[in-house]
Design a protein around this ligand. Structure first.
Ligand code: GLN
Length: 313
């Protein structure tokens, strides 16, 4: 039991210092060649509480490739466009498989298990694309990120997108396979072009934590008062993040951290402490499931020290 309320700034600063000193840093992703250039020694954290206070540590202002974290925002956009009809295309069960797995798709008739594995995210991107040309769809996703983060300087890293386009054979296979079941409406290369580009959005921890605030506060940004989604939708997105946001590492993340979270192979994690804070961490070294190694450890320390696990009474 904490006798005094822990000071968020101090907790965040301590965690950044502890993470900087650690030598176990995981492995930087190399299957997208451009990501291999990331600095394995980088670590950043940004936490924004309900009053809008921002606590930062380490490389919190350095932009990194958000990769699969973008899937939270494309899911939000697609739900806004097609509503719960989305769940006819994509399930909402944990997959228990790696993020780029193809095995379940055959048994489950091309319907991906959830919107956060690659197959599911590609199907969600396809829904967004159906209303637009690829360039417009991408513009809409980018503008949504800029609006949420209140920052128009956020860009897509074209080098990362081109790098993934050249080497994304697995995703190309997933998309074609789903197309054969009628789960993808648009030309596969259009859908994948948009998918690779939204994964290549570059953001800092501070920008990402800002973008996630609506999920921590019942669908609206408590500072601007602007509503992004209805409260019910926000809590459901959080539920899918908790159960599926870390692929086959989702159980371990819930056990250790106790927050909804979404990882990306760029080493970022967005985590949501409902009613309390939006949190972004970044460290490029990954664990075996493709989730940031130090990012997860930092979040575990944060929730423990702040008493923020959603499972705490
Ligand atoms: N763009 C990456 C891919 O499709 C995203 C994967 C991830 O971040 N887990 O492989």
């Amino acid at each position: 039991m904490n006798r005094t309320t822990p000071n968020l700034d101090e907790v965040v600063r301590d965690i950044a210092a502890e993470m900087r000193a650690r030598t176990d840093r995981g492995e930087v992703a190399t299957y997208i060649p451009e990501l291999a250039r990331a600095d394995a020694n980088a670590f950043g954290i940004a936490v924004i509480d309900s009053d809008g206070h921002v606590a930062v540590g380490g490389d919190s202002e350095t932009p990194f490739s958000i990769q699969s974290i973008s899937k939270v925002f494309t899911l939000t956009l697609a739900l806004g466009m097609v509503g719960d009809r989305l769940w006819r295309r994509v399930g909402r069960e944990p997959s228990g498989s790696p993020f780029n797995s193809i095995v379940q798709l055959e048994r489950e008739h091309g319907i991906p298990r959830n919107p956060f594995i690659n197959a599911g995210a590609i199907a969600v991107t396809d829904l967004i694309l159906s209303r637009h040309q690829p360039r417009e769809a991408l513009g809409e996703i980018l503008r949504f990120m800029q609006f949420l983060a209140q920052d128009t300087s956020i860009i897509i890293d074209e080098e990362v997108a081109a790098s993934e386009l050249r080497t994304g054979f697995r995703n190309i296979a997933l998309a074609n396979y789903m197309k054969s079941f009628g789960v993808i409406d648009n030309p596969v290369d259009f859908t994948l072009g948009v998918y690779f580009h939204h994964c290549a959005i570059a953001m800092s921890c501070r920008q990402l934590a800002m973008a996630g605030r609506f999920l921590a506060h019942s669908g609206r940004n408590p500072t601007t008062g602007l509503s992004v989604v209805q409260p019910e939708r926000a809590l459901r997105i959080n539920a899918v993040m908790l159960t599926c946001g870390h692929y086959d590492g989702s159980g371990e993340f819930a056990y250790r951290v106790g927050l909804p979270g979404k990882s990306g192979v760029g080493g970022g994690i967005l985590a949501i402490a409902p009613g309390r804070a939006s949190i972004a961490v970044w460290s490029p070294g990954l664990d075996a499931a493709g989730n940031s190694h130090l990012g997860r450890i930092a979040l575990e320390l944060l929730t423990k020290r702040m008493g923020w696990s959603i499972f705490a009474g």
